[in-house]
Design a protein around this ligand. Sequence first.
Ligand SMILES: CC(C)[C@H](C(=O)O)[C@@H](O)C(=O)O
Ligand code: SF4
Length: 468
Amino acid sequence: MSAPATLYRKLVDSHTVAQLDAQNVLLFCDLHLMNEYTSPQAFAGLQEQGRGVAMPGQNVATVSHIIPTHPARYRVIQDPASALQASSLKRHCQRHDIALFDTNDALQGIEHIIAPEHGMVRPGMVVICGDSHTTTYGALGALGFGIGTSEVEHVLATQTLVYRLAQDMRIRVDGRLSAGTTAKDLVLMIISRIGAQGARGFVVEFCGEAIEALSVEARFTLCNMAVEAGARGALVAPDQKAIDYVLARAPDIDGLERERALAHWATLRSDECARFDAEHCFDATQVAPYVTWGTSPDQAVAIDGVVPGAEGAQRTSVERAQRYTGLASGTPLEGLPVQHVFIGSCTNGRIEDLRAVAQVVKGRHVAPGVRAMVVPGSGAVRAQAEAEGIATLLVRAGFEWRQPGCSMCLAMNDDVLAPGARCASTTNRNFEGRQGRGAITHLMSPAMAAAAALTGRITDVRKLEPLQ
Ligand SMILES: CC(C)[C@H](C(=O)O)[C@@H](O)C(=O)O
Ligand code: SF4
């Protein structure tokens, strides 16, 4: 019998083509996703060397980061440099026979939303992309991680990657999240406790009652943000929920193939006595809505908390963050005025997120002076929200209803905030200038962002006055 193994090691071992040395393996990648931002240079490198794409069918591309999100059906990329990125992605995909969700494709969207949505990501896979939030796919028991541009080139040419092994971390979350709290609050709390480098060098497996109780979409949010604690990957062992999610989107898995897949997926869990290099435990019943106050995702507190004091080892970074966000030690987060609200991104731009927003907004209106924008994660999410009446509800309430894309998550298109503007955002990074030079980002859940839009202040969604 082989030694007990973690799920992570099982995934690595089943994809190892060759052991290069004690630390590195040559890893086979089942699925390689690309965007217009990090792949054109890789294609150019390939072309220079006269190399082709080894397995075009295992590569998929989308235009996501620089795309305009104005409501107009037909989208034209005005910025010349961005237009060139999109057109060169298209040319390379055509040339190498790679599927592309192009600018005006009805199903275009953020890579981390569209790949699972179309059943491309399955338990047991290795999925890579020139984008750090590729950790998202761990929600389905697939090992996802971001790679650099030179690696993108290597993957295109060989469908393999030189991979440095990570260590194993387990994060167990007992109990259940209480009403008004979500996977976003949980992950913000975890990051605030273990730090932005707390999982550096590790692949994190999440387990426990709270994780089992999460929907698959909520697990995407959790695994998406694990990278903000420095994790090199995040995993949740695939259960019936994950399997049902995949089977509903992958009609090609049927008959004998289905039997085979189910048998394989049943093995995708850490063995009973598997050894983890580090472990953490949290209690979901203690999770409150969380909000960031600073310029790193770990600078977060519960909604009834205050901006912490600048002391000890963190002093310089706390002081710097306080200067940037204009918040002194002791300032309560609750009640802080915001001028902008952004709902979207690969963290919280899925249909369940928009349903949560609609539930809070129903019967209410965006506060005067607040600009609130909803950018669905994909064309499919947008269509679904329209079919469910969510779009109409939000527009009537005063929200802007946009076309899909990364948008104000990192402001690489023209959705950019003015200096000094304060934004309640459902995204994953609150770095300086992320949403516009001098703009201030407060990360939170979709329900909390909705509440901020309605009151014009950072608000505990659990305390919103009931409607008469
Ligand atoms: C542009 C891309 C390389 C980047 C990433 O790797 O994550 C972006 O998606 C982000 O969220 O900051
Ligand atoms: S939505 Fe934001 S975090 Fe996600 S891929 Fe786009 S820019 Fe990166």
